[in-house]
Design a protein around this ligand. Structure first.
Ligand code: KG4
Ligand code: ZN
Length: 381
């Protein structure tokens, strides 16, 4: 079959991204423009600022993705864009631009669910490495700033279908990393800094028990609905436990001075963080990360056993976490279960995953109509 070039566009949160992917298996170009410095002073993503930055950046980002790929606008076979879930205003920038471009170029447009994109980040890179053998059933954990979701994934012909078998009852895992970093004066986003600092702390120093990561799986509450999700996550309790720990141990003055010291640094290095972070905080950070990681790994493997899955995929921003990768690799190996992650670059938001997820839809002519609009809450499956 002839090569297919899809131009993907992603603008669901705080990254403006465009990419060209060949036949769902080769990244030709992938440009990701992060807005982190815009949102950093506010300690989180400000939706209005995100839309404004997307609007400012979308044209140069798409142009650069095309220029890097060496593929002309005319040679692109289709466009793909994230329809949701995400920030409505941010999504609309990508969607409006993609619709206009598709119309002007007379090319089809494929709408993609962002969560499906994260799953295809792994599939894309496995194909790119020459791994075309995927054993089914496949279980995918999508763990990011907005989601902690488990999906059973199947492929019929070339089309993928998903069944949600678990999700978070409250905060997503990435959200917990971000909120805990904020509580500890470590800035935004929290995941990458906690990952790096946790290496210097003792993961067994602070014990977070079952009450902090509560909610028994729904399958344990008598008879579950046959088609309802059965594996739950919950990370708001552990975030509150960290806050209580800070209060109970008089760590607040330390937090304040750290916040002040880091506010003046534009891109603090690990050494900068370590200079202003005491042992008690390092131990707390390591213990928090370990508790979340053990919960994610434990529940995912329990679900894998329950559904007799033969392949695990882990993706989304939190999949960049080094301890999560180590623990999944160790634990899955013990059960003889292959586990695949995207590269660090494709773990967090990017448009290559959107172009890759669009390819099977392109093959069956599943194109978006003129009425395509943003779906801020867009379930998968
Ligand atoms: O997938 P993503 O880029 O955006 C969403 O779709 O949400 O994920 C961003 C999330 C943030 O919460 C960020 O703190 C977290 O991923 N994250 C990490 C790491 N890198 C990013 N969490 C833990 N460890 C990391 N290394
Ligand atoms: Zn994402």
């Amino acid at each position: 079959m002839a090569d297919t070039y899809i131009l993907g566009i992603e603008s669901s949160c705080d990254e403006t991204s465009a990419a060209v992917v060949r036949s769902g298996e080769q990244v030709i170009s992938n440009v990701v423009l992060s807005q982190i410095t815009t949102h950093q002073p506010y300690g989180g993503v400000v939706p209005e600022l995100a839309s404004r930055e997307h609007l400012r950046n979308i044209v140069p980002v798409v142009r650069k993705a095309l220029a890097d790929s060496g593929v002309s606008f005319e040679a692109v076979d289709a466009l793909a864009v994230t329809q949701g879930p995400g920030l409505a205003g941010a999504l609309l920038v990508g969607i409006s631009y993609a619709k206009t471009l598709a119309w002007a170029l007379e090319k089809p447009l494929v709408a993609v669910n962002h969560l499906e994109g994260h799953i295809h980040a792994v599939l894309l890179e496995e194909r790119q490495k020459g791994n075309h053998e995927l054993r089914f059933p496949v279980l995918a954990l999508v763990v990011s700033g907005g989601h902690t979701h488990l999906y059973l994934a199947e492929v019929k012909g070339t089309s993928w279908t998903y069944k949600n078998i678990g999700h978070t009852r409250d905060d997503a895992a990435g959200e917990a990393f971000d909120k805990v970093a904020k509580v500890l004066g470590l800035g935004y986003p929290g995941g990458p800094v906690i990952d790096r600092l946790a290496k210097h702390g003792d993961p067994d120093a602070v014990k977070f028990g079952a009450p902090q990561i509560k909610h028994r799986d729904r399958k344990d509450h008598g008879k579950p609905e046959p088609d309802s999700p059965r594996f739950d996550f919950s990370y708001s309790g552990i975030k509150t436990a960290v806050l209580r720990h800070v209060e109970a141990n008089d760590m607040q003055p330390q937090v304040e001075s750290r916040r002040k010291a880091l506010a003046s640094a534009t891109k603090p290095s690990v050494e900068d963080f370590l200079r202003v972070t005491d042992r008690k905080t390092l131990d707390l950070v390591a213990s928090f990360q370990s508790a979340v990681v053990e919960d994610l790994v434990g529940k995912t493997l329990a679900a894998a056993r329950e559904y007799s899955v033969r392949t695990l995929l882990v993706s989304g921003g939190v999949a960049a976490n080094s301890r999560l990768r180590e623990r999944f690799a160790e634990q899955a190996a013990r059960e003889g279960l292959p586990v695949y992650f995207p590269s660090l670059r494709l773990s967090t938001d990017n448009a290559a995953m959107i172009a890759a997820a669009a390819y099977p839809k392109f093959l069956v002519g599943d194109f978006a109509g003129e009425e395509l609009s943003a779906e801020a809450s867009f379930p998968l499956g």
